[in-house]
Design a protein around this ligand. Sequence first.
Ligand SMILES: [Zn+2]
Length: 242
Amino acid sequence: MRMNTDALVLRVTDTGESDRLVTLLTSEYGVLRAFANRAKKINSRMHGATQSFCYGDFSVYKSRDSYIIDDAVAKEVFFGLREDIEKLALSQYFCALAAELVPEMEPARDYLRVILNSMHLLEKQRRSNNFLKAVTELKFMVFSGFMPDLTCCSECGKEPSGEIYFNIYDGCIHCKGCGGGERINSTVLTAMRHVCANPIEKIYSFSLPIEDEKRFAGVCEKFLLAQTGKRFKTLEFYKSLF
Ligand SMILES: [Zn+2]
């Protein structure tokens, strides 16, 4: 079986003298771990295309119990992300999230579009790190089946205003009277609703004051960690930089 797909390189592990094991986020087949033989050789056609953060076209075939990349052509390499330790660390976290959340052998176009958009905006410094981190985390949660219920207070059914609480464990919001959860406000709630409800091309098109942006980032991260029950070393490293 031969698979031709565009993909982003999430992770690269050196194996042996000249080979690489590459974790790909493909648009057609989800997360795929495949060997790139002789890819470490500088004169290999695949050398450039099988490095971290490279987006390109890949040709992969199945050989017994493993996948082999037999051709790869880079389309975008995101070099700018390696020049800044915070951007590098955040991109590595995005890649770790995709590797963890995206199923194997299922189309993953939406995940790929979000991560590519976020990495592009991060590289060009079009939006803040906090903003991109929160949007990516929350949209990934929606794709993974952890859609929060942000319609109204889950206890009394009222539209909350002023002091609002978000429960990271059940993904519901509560008004001030019903209480319980992480404290947010209407600006953060509007941001969360925007990301959850809109198609990918619109999820980056809003902004919020810096203090609210921090709160938005904090609550999206806590929600993701609570729902997945995972620890991410890449996230811990990113946070250790501050
Ligand atoms: Zn209530």
